[in-house]
Ligand binder design. Structure first.
Ligand SMILES: Cc1ncc(COP(=O)(O)O)c(C=O)c1O
Length: 388
């Protein structure tokens, strides 16, 4: 079942012309647009790379927050889904089961939970599908055990800090304490370890990225070896992202990758990865914007500003206008300085390459699905705002 769009004036024109040649011109802007041809190739490429390497792919839903994309990823062979937060999982899994998709999929929550209340929610979710939760402290384990008492066994993964410092046990001693606690509770099932190197993903240059990834992976391997030398099997070894996927495969330590951005890409990843093997994913996500004023001699103004995209990674690119530059012009507008061969006229549609895909997607209710200039349909951003 397709999620319905509210009957709102801003959607009507696009819906009335769906599937028609040129229908992209009927989108009310700014609008989030996914180029389906490129998206399909990205989906297939990562599925093939991981399958050829004998590594499982558990795409991270935080990049798209959409049940449509999650379903496409599962259909293309994903072993399960990774979610940043519980509510992201709750909303996307609910939408997937409404769509008739098998709800017994494996769902990994990649951030440690913060309270007993969250542990209860994880346990509740585990009555509907196979839930894995990461932990990095003993209190978190105790909360999970208390909430899971009498329920189906919850899968628990040790979160290992591989150098990012955001979450995860800092070394072998902490790891042993947490895993010992997990084993004290029969209602918890120790499933393996996670080591996510967020600090590695956008490092410029493959040699530098590979060296840094090797060092991070060594930290992970040290913890795994310490556990296995004590007879603890670390069955699932999950981590990695779009920027390190090829390197993670070469290093051969993770048996599951959690890549997220590869389906869309963004300016930040394009800058960092360039022609590296990891960079061969295509830009499929755009913000459609329109020129609203051309009265100034040196620039034109468009209707997409700070509210239209996440700005942590700088400015967007203007697709198809390599010499044009975008500048933020307040909350609602941006300016484009044309390149020498560019002319921009009032009402003209421009496609912006988002600086950072994940938090940009979270600003939209709807992602329009297009092939070239034909809008074929839409996907709701199911878990928009779900960061709880
Ligand atoms: C824990 C975790 N795993 C995987 C990813 C996916 O990384 P990427 O979007 O770079 O592929 C992220 C992204 O932030 C993450 O936080």
């Amino acid at each position: 079942m397709r999620e319905l769009l509210p009957d709102e004036p801003r959607y009507r024109d696009a819906l009335a012309h769906l599937g028609e040649s040129g229908s992209i011109e009927h989108l009310a802007t700014p609008a989030l647009v996914c180029d389906l041809d490129r998206f399909d190739r990205n989906l297939e490429r990562m599925a093939r790379i991981t399958a050829d390497a004998g590594v499982s792919l558990r795409p991270h839903v935080k990049s798209h927050k959409s049940s449509y994309v999650a379903r496409r990823q599962l259909e293309s062979g994903a072993a399960g889904l990774a979610f940043a937060k519980l509510s992201e999982a709750e909303s996307v899994l609910r939408a997937l089961s409404l769509d008739g998709t098998d709800a017994s999929i494996s769902a990994l929550i990649t951030s440690p939970l913060s309270s007993a209340a969250q542990a209860w929610r994880a346990t509740e979710l585990a009555t509907r599908c196979d839930v894995l939760v990461v932990v990095d402290n003993v209190e978190g384990v105790v909360e999970l055990a208390q909430s899971a008492d009498g329920h189906a066994a919850l899968g628990v993964l040790l979160d290992v800090d591989v150098g990012l410092g955001r979450t995860g046990v800092a070394g072998v001693d902490q790891a042993l304490r947490v895993v010992e606690e997990i084993h004290r509770h029969p209602q918890l099932r120790f499933a393996g370890a996670q080591g996510y190197g967020g600090h590695l993903q956008h490092l410029n240059g493959r040699a530098q990225r590979r060296d840094a990834t090797q060092r991070s992976t060594d930290r992970f391997s040290e913890v795994v070896a310490a556990l296995e030398s004590r007879g603890v099997t670390v069955a699932l070894r999950t981590g990695g992202g779009t920027g390190t996927a090829g390197i993670d495969i070469e290093l051969g330590v993770f048996n599951e990758l959690q890549c997220g951005s590869y389906i869309f890409m963004d300016r930040e990843y394009r800058d960092a990865l360039g022609d590296d093997p990891e960079g061969r994913f295509e830009q499929s996500l755009f913000i459609a914007a329109r020129v609203i004023s051309t009265n100034q001699p040196n620039f034109v103004t468009v209707d997409a500003g700070l509210k239209a995209m996440a700005t942590d990674a700088g400015a967007p690119l203007v697709e198809g206008h390599d010499q044009a530059t975008y500048g933020f012009f307040g909350d609602e507008q941006g300016l484009i300085v044309p390149g020498s061969s560019d002319t921009f006229t009032r009402g003209q549609r421009v496609m912006l390459v988002p600086p950072h895909c994940d938090p940009t997607v979270d600003r939209y209710d709807v992602m329009w699905l297009a092939r070239r200039d034909v809008v074929e349909g839409w996907a709701t951003v199911t878990a928009r705002g779900c960061s709880q």
